[in-house]
Ligand binder design. Structure first.
Ligand SMILES: C[S@@+](CC[C@H](N)C(=O)[O-])C[C@H]1O[C@@H](n2cnc3c(N)ncnc32)[C@H](O)[C@@H]1O
Length: 309
């Protein structure tokens, strides 16, 4: 086994542990994003955010999910297409693609997460396939897929240009890509804001709520492996027709507001509006500082060089 394989194995084990932890506590959002109410596990505090008439949690809290599920992105995927998701984790996106009528395959190195994902899909009566393989040894037939999907996964991969060249081959010429990705690590100066928020709020919240079991996950061993090459490697193989940048720096704010206000839905909504407004401002004024990007596009005729942003 070479070093790259060893690292991929370690990363798969890390992610299996991560998803098992959430699954065991009854949090199924990584398996099924359609669940109306999932417990929130935040620094080990287990709580259900009930927004009642204010709507769904992610509607306020996670603008990038909202965009990902929009008519222009997942909504535009034709029924009957054959789709592959790389780094599917516990499987929510592969499941979602299958529910939307795609013949969907999710791939990952986290075996236990895949087993749970498959059991969950079967229990739901959804025909989704999950494959245990590393991105570097994918047996993809040329032209086998109409859609290549990924959510927060590619930046973990070893040798991303080779992986994407292989996906390029596996996509039909009119194939589509829908990818949400990390572009950079938290920007140091702005990131201090988020750290300050944690320092201020967490001790107050922990005084009221008793954390359950393991409270924090260290970053995965491969967390920032391919971030630097992500954008360039993706554009070398694919044409990006639509992109949107996200700064998710203050994402914790609504959760803090909810807990500190004594589990009040309105505090959550207000906190979300504030954090989303701040993040939109960062995206508009300092696009280079944004950490995430949604990519929607197609396959280049032949992979080549591209300008990274
Ligand atoms: C941040 S998680 C995202 C998972 C999922 N897409 C989601 O949205 O919940 C990253 C995933 O990439 C997987 N991964 C990392 N390196 C991989 C590789 N070389 N091949 C396949 N999957 C890999 C990990 O096991 C993990 O499940």
């Amino acid at each position: 086994m070479n070093d790259a394989e060893r690292r991929m194995l370690a990363d798969g084990q890390y992610w299996s542990g991560f998803y098992n932890y959430y699954d065991d506590l009854g949090y199924r959002y990584f398996q099924d994003s359609r669940l109306e109410v999932a417990p929130l596990i935040f620094h080990g505090i287990l709580q259900t955010v009930r927004l009642g008439r204010w709507g769904r949690y992610e509607h306020w809290h996670e603008p990038h999910y909202r965009d990902f599920f929009s008519d222009e992105v997942l909504g535009a995927i034709p029924r009957g297409c054959s789709a592959i998701e790389l780094g599917c984790g516990a499987g929510w996106l592969t499941l979602e693609l299958a529910r939307r009528g795609a013949s969907a395959v999710g791939q990952d190195t986290a075996l236990e997460a895949l087993v749970r994902a498959k059991h969950y899909a079967m229990a739901q009566g959804v025909d989704a396939e999950y494959v245990h393989a590393s991105s570097l040894s994918l047996p993809l037939a040329p032209g086998a897929f109409d859609l290549f999907a990924g959510f927060q996964a590619l930046h973990h991969f070893e040798d991303l240009p080779s992986v994407l060249a292989c996906v390029h081959e596996a996509l039909r010429p009119e194939g589509r890509i829908v990818i949400f990705e990390h572009r950079r690590l938290r920007p140091p100066k702005l990131g201090k804001l988020a750290v300050a928020l944690d320092r201020l709020c967490l001790p107050l919240i922990k005084r009221r709520y008793r954390p359950t079991g393991r409270t924090d996950w260290q970053a995965s061993p491969n967390e920032d492996r391919a971030i630097a090459e992500m954008d360039q490697a993706l554009r070398a193989a694919f044409r990006v027709e639509r992109q949107k940048d996200y700064s998710l720096l203050l994402q914790a704010l609504p959760v803090y507001a909810y807990f500190l206000a004594g589990e009040r839905p309105l505090a959550f909504v207000a906190g979300s509006m504030l954090s989303n407004a701040f993040d939109r401002l960062v995206a508009a004024l300092l696009p280079d500082r944004c950490e995430h990007r949604l990519y929607v596009g197609g396959r280049r005729a032949s992979p080549g060089n591209s300008t990274a942003t």
